[in-house]
Design a protein around this ligand. Structure first.
Ligand SMILES: Cc1cc2nc3c(=O)[nH]c(=O)nc-3n(C[C@H](O)[C@H](O)[C@H](O)COP(=O)(O)O)c2cc1C
Length: 181
């Protein structure tokens, strides 16, 4: 199995303080070679806080957030394993709908549903977007976005493993859902 992990992140609370420490570095420590791609907003946040350097320290590959120009070489190898975390409600919805208006979604949309490809998705959303009777018993949900569960169902039916990240527990546990390196 390839050791390359396509690590994709969008702009969720904690990205600036937790993404490198709780996802990128522990994944690299487990032996993954990281090919990191950020949504444009996530990249803007980390450029502002200086967090891109922390990510670059975890990988020998460039941290991507923009598409290449026609004729330019592809800066990353093609992973067969992807971790999209943290994934925002916005990016989850767009991925489920097939919208590919940035490099992160283009990358994931290109491989979604392909046999032999593993995608684990750790989403972090407001409780107000959760819409599932089973979850309602465990969470103090108030308003339910009508499309949210459909987006998760769409992705899960394409083989994506989904799990919820929360602001108050470490994101590192999502790495346990990846196949062994
Ligand atoms: C400080 C802050 C924290 C945010 N946290 C979250 C979050 O945890 N989950 C989420 O779905 N959106 C969150 N958002 C909103 C997203 O950043 C926003 O919807 C953005 O358009 C998502 O773009 P992206 O998916 O392309 O990164 C947050 C916004 C801000 C300013």
């Amino acid at each position: 199995m390839s050791r390359v992990l396509g690590l994709v992140a969008s702009s969720c609370g904690g990205l600036d303080t937790r993404f490198a420490a709780q996802l990128a570095k522990p994944a690299a420590d487990r032996g993954w070679e990281l090919a990191i791609t950020l949504t444009p907003t996530a990249a803007r946040w980390l450029e502002k806080t200086g967090g891109i350097g922390d990510l670059e320290a975890c990988t020998g590959l460039p941290v991507r957030s923009t598409s290449r120009l026609p004729g330019e070489p592809r800066p990353h190898p093609d992973p067969s394993v992807f971790l999209f975390a943290p994934a925002s409600a916005n990016s989850v919805a767009k991925l489920a709908l097939g919208i590919a208006d940035n490099q992160a979604l283009t990358l994931l949309g290109d491989v979604l549903g392909t046999p032999g490809i593993t995608i684990v998705l750790g989403y972090q959303i407001q409780d107000t977007r959760v819409h599932h009777p089973a979850w309602r018993r465990h969470l103090d949900t108030r308003v339910h976005h009508p499309a949210w569960r459909r987006h998760l169902d769409t992705l899960e039916s394409a083989g994506v493993t989904t799990t919820r990240l929360t602001p108050d527990t470490s994101w590192t546990s999502v790495l346990d859902l990846l196949p062994a390196v």
